[in-house]
Design a protein around this ligand. Structure first.
Ligand code: 5AD
Ligand code: SF4
Length: 475
């Protein structure tokens, strides 16, 4: 008999009035765990969204507390962790392929530990499949139990057993876990985790649990510390940041949090993702009022057709979305807006798809991410009848992308001849002479750096517009 704690979809569906417990001392290492990684190396491979990237930083931080050191080289690693995403089937297929590939390293180093965590680890079907068919995986843990990593690794190394621990409960808030931040001038700050919106296509409410917001005072303290450490930019992260605080009595909402974070004086503040449903006028005004809140909003549309929006469970109509879009454009000077769109939702007709195209013509997005609907196990949309062929879905995606590309290029062209502020990221991989960085509107700029260094904010004159980036020279 094993003592695996396996994911459970029924549990993951549970919602109710809930205020998540705040756990401040979850990580307790015994003497064995503190030295388990001495002279050993780890490598974390992260897929998916920025929340997952942030979890990857925490996982790295915990492994370093145990004495492991980071390596870029897979062949040098003693532990490799795949921090996975479940949003679409192709993301999952890539991970399963990668697990197969890692077997080569295990042949060379039989004590190599291979771990699977993140959103895929929250899925019953996936965990059962991995346990049955991917015997080289030693460790599986979910999004709610990063702090258990030391116990699990001790069980594997000392106890010579597999460790599987996935909770499907509503979730807690962990404060004070260590983290190894990947950059020293830009940081992500989780302000909440989980989601209660239950869009019918989306797996996130099941993989990340019930919405739970961190206390504003804890978030502000983290941003203040980042300021002191010389960070220039923070991105406030959550599956739906506009609903921030709704689960906390006496805390204040996202508009309140934005203002408080702006008042720390950090140079740049970004936030993602915003659900159109929860966007209030106070939030718009806060973005407009503070110079250090960047004029860039990611506002997922998903579909421009009311019937499809209803079946997606999005809770807004195309007209309501358009009104919000107009209010944003009218309130926040020079705002840039990006979006997510799904084509080929079950039963989507050509006319319904054309409503999405019409919306794109109206909004002329600065940037967009477009996807073919992917049925996710356990979600309502996966059970809906779908009579649209894959061939048709692919054609719709191509037609949509042609329009999205057109508008992203024409929006970029408006910047030619202007001088913009760019936060310097670093030299390009292919040409060390060319640096890149982002403008306040989240436009990627490639430029020649005359003076300054990574992490500086400099003036760049834009000389050329491309579809996904701008070229320029430092002023
Ligand atoms: N199929 C296709 N795209 C999806 N997204 C979320 N779930 C699915 C799915 N099942 C897209 C949405 C979301 C983005 C992060 O991924 O557009 O905004
Ligand atoms: Fe992927 Fe969503 Fe999980 Fe992020 S929250 S890793 S996008 S499934």
């Amino acid at each position: 008999m094993n003592d695996y704690r396996l994911p459970d979809l029924k549990q993951a569906r549970r919602r109710g009035p809930y205020q998540a417990p705040i756990i401040r001392d979850a990580l307790k290492l015994n003497e064995t765990q503190k030295s388990l990684g001495r002279d050993l190396f780890y490598h974390v491979i992260t897929y998916g969204c920025q929340a997952n990237v942030r979890d990857g930083e925490v996982i790295s931080g915990i492994l370093e507390e145990m004495g492991y050191a980071h390596t870029e080289l897979l062949e040098k690693a003693d532990i490799i962790i795949l921090n996975t995403c479940a949003i679409r089937d192709n993301a999952e297929k890539r991970v399963l392929g990668e697990i197969g590939f890692l077997q080569n390293y295990k042949r060379q180093n039989p004590s190599l530990i291979i771990g699977l965590c993140g959103c895929m680890a929250q899925e019953e079907e996936v965990v059962n499949k991995v346990l049955k068919s991917y015997k080289n995986v030693d460790l599986i843990f979910g999004t709610h139990n990063l702090y258990e990593l030391p116990q699990m690794l001790e069980k594997i190394v000392v106890g010579k057993q597999k460790a599987v621990s996935v909770y499907s409960h509503q979730g807690s808030i962990f404060e004070g876990l260590p983290s190894h931040r990947s950059l020293q001038y830009k940081a992500s700050v989780m302000i909440m985790d989980g989601c209660d919106k239950f869009c019918t296509y989306c797996i996130v409410p099941y993989t990340r649990g019930q919405q739970r917001s961190r206390l504003a005072e804890d978030i502000i303290a983290e941003v203040q510390q980042l300021c002191q450490d010389g960070y220039k930019e923070v991105t406030l992260l959550g599956q739906n940041v506009n609903a921030y605080g709704k689960d906390l009595p006496e805390n204040g909402d996202f508009a309140y949090l934005l203002k408080k974070v702006a008042e720390t004086g950090i140079e740049r503040i970004r936030f993602t993702t915003s659900h159109p449903w929860d966007f209030t006028n106070e939030m718009l005004q806060a973005i407009a009022d503070y110079d250090n809140i960047m004029p860039y909003v990611h506002l997922p549309l998903q579909s421009g057709n009311d019937e499809i929006l209803k079946r997606m469970g999005r809770r807004y109509t195309s007209e309501e979305y358009r009104n919000l879009f107009d209010r944003l454009k009218n309130t926040v000077k020079d705002v840039s807006i990006s979006t997510d769109i799904i084509v080929g939702f079950p039963g989507e007709t050509e006319e319904q798809f054309q409503d999405t195209l019409k919306m794109v013509e109206y909004c002329k997005y600065d940037n967009a991410y477009s996807f073919i609907f992917s049925p996710r196990p356990g979600t309502p949309a996966a059970r809906m009848e779908d009579n649209v062929s894959m061939e048709e879905k692919k054609q719709r995606l191509a037609r949509l992308n042609e329009r999205l590309d057109y508008y992203s290029k024409s929006n970029n062209e408006k910047w030619v001849g202007k001088t913009v502020k760019v936060l310097v990221d670093g030299p390009s991989k292919t040409n060390p002479e060319i640096y890149s960085g982002y403008t306040p509107q989240q436009k990627l700029v490639n430029f020649t750096l005359k003076e300054g260094k990574v992490g500086d904010i400099i003036d760049v004159l834009i000389t050329e517009a491309k579809k996904n980036s701008l070229n320029g020279i430092q002023e």
